[in-house]
Design a protein around this ligand. Structure first.
Ligand SMILES: CC(C)(COP(=O)(O)OP(=O)(O)OC[C@H]1O[C@@H](n2cnc3c(N)ncnc32)[C@H](O)[C@@H]1OP(=O)(O)O)[C@@H](O)C(=O)NCCC(=O)NCCS
Length: 209
């Protein structure tokens, strides 16, 4: 399993992409022959698919995250405008199906995700917070692609691309509830649980070594 990825020659980095803009930054091939494209940013089709996935209450794993509030009830547009996030998408080439996402952005270590914040905390502008160079990493894969072994290569490619642009960024992941797949993936990407960065009963914090 895994992906074989080829990156396109990077165009000049122009910072965050405007809303609805998306550019192809690479191609990926699964060992079963599935072809994917890797895009930075989401176009309207990607945003629609993300909303639909996020509203799918039969996806118990996904519903452990804040995506129902963030992209289902809430809007991607509002989220994108109010955060400083760089988002990468893995899309099945033949069908245009959104298979997986990874996103990154400055966020103070340990700050909770949306559904674990009070209304007042949610209203705070994260962009105005000093993150001390901590940046969050977040990832999703969607059925039928989930569990097929594509995530480590995809997320590593995204992480390397992001860190080239933000060489001083220190990455952390906040993992809610029992989530062995997420902990396994983060471990495979070189993240570890450190006692000095206290996890609590609801959230496991892992930092990139
Ligand atoms: C977490 C998530 C992104 C992992 O994606 P996935 O499609 O299961 O990942 P893959 O099949 O590519 O496996 C990735 C790695 O994790 C490991 N892994 C997967 N499931 C695992 C499990 N239950 N226990 C231990 N390790 C596991 C795999 O062995 C693989 O490592 P390898 O490449 O070294 O073999 C996916 O399960 C998901 O989106 N879940 C719902 C949303 C979510 O929880 N997101 C993360 C919130 S922090």
């Amino acid at each position: 399993m895994g992906l074989s990825i080829s990156a396109h020659t990077p165009s000049r980095d122009t910072g965050m992409l405007p809303l609805f803009e998306s550019r192809e930054i690479g191609k990926a091939f699964g060992t079963t022959g599935t072809a994917f494209v890797i895009r930075e940013g989401l176009d309207a089709s990607g945003i629609n698919q993300l909303k639909k996935y996020s509203l799918d209450t039969s996806d118990a794993e996904l519903q452990k995250t804040s995506d129902f509030e963030r992209f289902g009830k809430g809007s991607y547009e509002d989220w994108y405008r109010s955060k400083e996030r760089t988002l990468f998408a893995l899309i099945e080439e033949n069908t245009g199906t959104l298979a997986a996402l990874a996103w990154f952005g400055p966020k103070p270590l340990g700050r909770k995700s949306m559904k674990h914040l009070s209304a007042d905390e949610r209203a705070e502008d994260e962009r105005a917070m000093d993150s001390h160079n901590w940046h969050t990493i977040v990832y999703r894969s969607y059925p039928p692609f989930r569990g097929t072994g594509i995530m480590k290569d995809f997320v590593r490619f995204c992480m390397d691309t992001y860190l080239k642009r933000h060489p001083k960024a220190k990455l952390w992941a906040g993992i809610y509830g029992a989530n062995p797949a997420s902990i396994g993936l983060a471990t495979g990407l070189g993240f570890a649980i450190r006692e000095s960065f206290a996890s609590d009963t609801e959230e496991t914090i892992m930092v990139k070594e």
